[in-house]
Design a protein around this ligand. Structure first.
Ligand code: SF4
Length: 314
């Protein structure tokens, strides 16, 4: 089974179209250990910047993939916090030499106080920084930052970043029931969002896939709607989009490797995998079943749905 090491997809995304994922961090290496993380608990909890995967190897895979297919976006996300990779700026610069496809980075924002991290992001077209809490105890409870990181540094970093960055900023706020959705937490988030310059939009999310901690659950749509009205500027609710539909219809075939590459970064239902890879559920069902038989994927039940995960993430 042919699998890429650092890239996956393209995955269908409502806002980005067909988005090619780039994963430049070893599995669950992160500065946070969020209670809602769909990849489970953090294995390497660190704020140390390093070239966790080599820039040249990532660019080589990207060049190969881009020679076969032109996606609508190239997104840095995946197995951990992408800004931990000190080569991120060089990788983005390398992509810019190869293609005009917009580059997007999803970050937990915890390291934006470091000037070199802000510098590494400067060439990206869109940044989606997360802000789940601005009350110190709540941030500790929800994001569980590694030693040396705290709420004050986080907010100082995201504020500086929004002030300096010249691209498009989509702020993501993820709310988990009973964790960071109290009136006090939401009021603090509203005030903090007002203090950030140049936001193109705010995307409100909640827990829609199996979280790292079983007791963590989703905020109701009604509550999200009420919070949406409090937040400044353009605000949209993005929860539940991926996997809501009955798969996709664009492609006629997909390989086992493409499915495993996607599921490693996005544990998904059958419908979610089909929708993400833009292919019918009937086409992927036998391939997923074979991957489960071969012990490449495992099936986990969560709130009445079956989610597939990779048994041995790389
Ligand atoms: S949700 Fe993102 S930031 Fe939080 S632990 Fe998982 S990978 Fe890290």
């Amino acid at each position: 089974m042919e699998r890429y090491k650092y890239i996956y997809g393209p995955v269908l995304s409502r806002r980005l179209g067909r988005s090619l994922g780039v994963d430049i961090i070893p599995f669950k290496t992160c500065s946070y250990d969020c209670v809602y993380c769909l990849l489970g608990r953090t294995k390497t909890h660190t704020s140390k910047l390093a070239e966790y995967v080599p820039c040249d190897a990532v660019l080589e895979e990207l060049e190969r993939k881009l020679s076969e297919d032109k996606p609508d976006a190239i997104s840095f996300a995946g197995s951990g916090e992408p800004t931990l990779n000190s080569a991120l700026g060089n990788i983005i610069a390398g992509i810019k030499k190869m293609t005009d496809v917009p580059v997007v980075v999803f970050t937990n924002s915890s390291l934006l106080w470091k000037p070199e991290v802000r510098q590494n992001l400067a060439l990206a077209d869109i940044i989606s920084p997360s802000m789940d809490a601005v009350v110190p105890q709540t941030l500790q409870k929800v994001n569980r930052p590694c030693e040396g990181l705290n709420c004050e540094l986080f907010y100082q970093g995201i504020k500086s970043f929004c002030h300096e960055y010249r691209g498009r900023i989509w702020l993501e706020i993820l709310l988990a029931a009973g964790m960071n959705d109290s009136d006090a937490d939401v009021n603090a988030l509203v005030g903090a969002a007002r203090g950030l310059e140049n936001l193109e939009c705010i995307q409100l999310n909640t827990v829609v896939r199996p979280p790292a901690e079983k007791h963590v659950g989703a905020v109701s749509r009604e509550r999200l709607e009420a919070i949406r009205r409090q937040l400044p500027g353009k605000v949209e609710i993005i929860a539940s989009f991926f996997g809501d539909k009955e798969g996709g219809h664009g492609k006629k075939s997909v390989s086992a490797g493409e499915i495993a590459d996607l599921v490693e970064r996005h544990p998904s239902t059958l419908e979610g995998i089909a929708e993400g890879l833009d292919v019918g559920v009937d086409i992927i069902r036998p391939i997923v079943e074979k991957l489960v038989t071969d012990n490449v994927l495992a099936a986990n039940e969560c709130e009445g749905k079956t989610f597939y995960v990779v048994t041995n993430p790389s």
